[in-house]
Design a protein around this ligand. Structure first.
Ligand code: MTE
Length: 352
């Protein structure tokens, strides 16, 4: 699988740099997250980044590996951050989804509409050359090429919950940078009320764009949008990797949006265009079925989808006889403390 190279194995991955991040009040220590077998991959990540000699690698079965990530013997340069949840039950909810599930159970209609179509159909997807253009209502529009995506901004890891509007969820360790950093560089002007995003349009590479049947009847390119304050919120991430590796094609390589308090369809993949605009921009699922998918799409257990309940969700896990896979859905997907203020004057039933 060409897009699952560990960091350090190719030109693109080598560009992954690290960030010393100031701890914020809402961040959990990594060892408060239950990892996939103690997130074994991170040992490779550390090594790839040159932080660990072979001798420093931890036993693969050690359950204290994640705590040791922050041990005083090793430089704590690459900080894993996860968000604190609001109720007791939530600690239990923050269990990393196995990497194999994150990369094989996908929604990426450009590659087909079934959950396994993206992993099966995206493996030949070429991301080089790539251009991401930042334009519109700003003083300094600019373009990033593939190399810039990982070099222009220091990268960090963020463990976020992801809640799909279809009522399933995952917990994903992303690698990326805050969207705000990319936006501020363009110096948006006073008319920049919203930010519009656009996915690559390349029917030769994306079978769903070449055939309406394969692509689920969507008019491509896939587009999305955020209000400027949502786009500038420190939780809003541009992701270039997951589980310490380059982002796989099926997850939106080379760069995708991650907005953890909104339904997954807002987190647009394989982005080529970001534009500051004055009016609320078009959003693909909202155009397709405005009564089912709102522009805001904030995770809300109290506002059901017209065809199913949003009160709970099925956690995607590796299974197991005793796995408790049905959990309550939280307002704003558990991130209310950080984002609810942005909506205090908004009727969330009307603006779903
Ligand atoms: N972006 C594009 N361009 N095309 C898509 O079909 N699907 C969305 C979102 N971004 C989609 C997209 C939906 S519905 C979800 S739930 C998430 O991507 C899924 O992300 P994942 O496959 O990495 O879990």
């Amino acid at each position: 699988m060409p897009f699952l190279l560990p960091i350090g194995n190719n030109k693109f991955n080598k560009a992954l740099t690290v960030l010393i991040k100031t701890p914020k009040s809402y961040l959990l220590k990594e060892n408060e997250v239950t990892p996939e077998n103690v997130y074994l991959n991170r040992r490779g990540l550390l090594k790839g980044l040159g932080f660990l000699g072979a001798g420093a690698l931890l036993s693969s079965t050690s359950t204290t590996a994640s705590a040791d990530w922050f041990s005083k013997d090793e430089p704590t340069k690459f900080k894993t951050t996860a968000l604190k949840f609001q109720t007791d039950q939530n600690t239990d909810n923050l269990i990393l989804t196995p990497e194999a599930k994150i990369t094989s159970h996908n929604n990426f209609y450009e590659f087909g509409t079934s959950k396994t179509d993206p992993v099966n159909n995206a493996q030949g997807f070429k991301i080089d050359p790539w251009k991401l253009t930042i334009s519109g209502e700003c003083d300094k529009p600019y373009t990033l090429d593939l190399d810039d995506l990982t070099k222009a901004f220091a990268l960090e890891e963020r463990i976020y919950r992801m809640r799909c509007v279809e009522a399933w969820s995952m917990v994903i360790p992303w690698v990326g940078f805050e969207l705000a950093k990319l936006l501020k560089k363009a110096q948006p002007n006073s008319r920049a009320n919203f930010v519009a995003f656009e996915t690559l349009h390349d029917p030769q590479q994306m079978p769903g764009q070449a055939s309406r049947r394969v692509g689920g009847g969507i008019n491509y390119p896939y587009v999305e949008g955020l209000r400027i304050d949502e786009a500038m919120n420190p939780l809003t991430l541009m992701s270039v990797g997951l589980y310490g590796k380059t982002l796989p094609a099926q997850n939106g390589a080379p760069i995708r949006l991650v907005v953890p308090w909104k339904y997954g369809f807002k987190s647009i993949k394989s982005i080529v265009g970001i534009k500051f605009v004055e009016q609320q921009p078009a959003a693909t699922w909202n155009i397709l079925a405005p009564n089912e998918y709102g522009f805001y799409a904030n995770v809300n257990p109290e506002v059901d989808h017209p065809r199913w309940s949003q009160a709970s969700e099925r956690r995607i896990t590796s299974g197991g006889l005793f796995a408790r896979n049905r959990i309550d859905t939280l307002p704003f997907n558990g991130y209310g403390e950080q984002v609810a203020d942005m909506y205090k004057n908004l009727n969330l039933r009307k603006n779903f």
